[in-house]
Design a protein around this ligand. Sequence first.
Ligand code: ZN
Ligand code: ZN
Length: 277
Amino acid sequence: MAILADYHTHTIYSRNHHGKGTVEGNVRAAYEKGLRQIAITDHGFNQKLYGIRRKDIPQLKKDIENAKEQFPMDVLLGVEANIISSRGDLDIEPEDYKDFDILLCGYHRLVKSTSAREQLGFVTKNNMCELMHHTSKRQIERNTNAYINAMRKYDIDILTHLNHVCKVNVEKVARVAKETNTLIELNGRRLGMSDDEILTCYNLGCKFVIDSDAHSPSRVGDCHFGLEAILRLRIPTDAVVNYNNLPKLKNHKQLLEEETPKRKPRAKQPKQAVNNK
Ligand SMILES: [Zn+2]
Ligand SMILES: [Zn+2]
């Protein structure tokens, strides 16, 4: 199998039946499909309906340990954090980092923002834009700065379904993704970006990850949208970090522990924010 790792899968820890399978179910599916790594990346804490709860993390970790004992493969604990403000805040705290091997970042509806103003100007505004099928230039700029700030504030491994719902200037985001070594996802359920935008990322030297965004075990490893896109656009497979290869992720505990026995907290202090006024 060409894709060796699926870094974006959901389980029942994405609440209210949003994710359908157990950790064991996802890992079993990944193992049976010949993957060498899988990440469990349920929705971030501020998603009001289906976000994972902090109090569930200890049980999730136990489930992952149990799955690792059953299947000889690398199982990563992660989260698909929500981008929740125009300043690029994610719904993750520095103390959460010690638990995670991989940090994904995406925009989702119905998230709790950092203030009433941001709730209205960032979350509600983007939901309205989606309903109207139109995003103003000002909102695109605001969203673009949010992504840029997020990549500079946090050690994000992967941006998920970029340009789906939350519209951005892909070129500007891609430049900072390249600079910060942030992978851009080609999502197995929905691409978000147009072909031109994917090519823009490629031409700027960004690296892609192809994954499933599976919400049930049967879809684990189902990456056909991403694979079709690179074939259609003639993007060389070496631009895809998990194609016949396993990348070094920023947050992967095992790799970090080999290099730095005493790890310091991985959340960066916010640097200067991009002016988004
Ligand atoms: Zn998502
Ligand atoms: Zn997802």
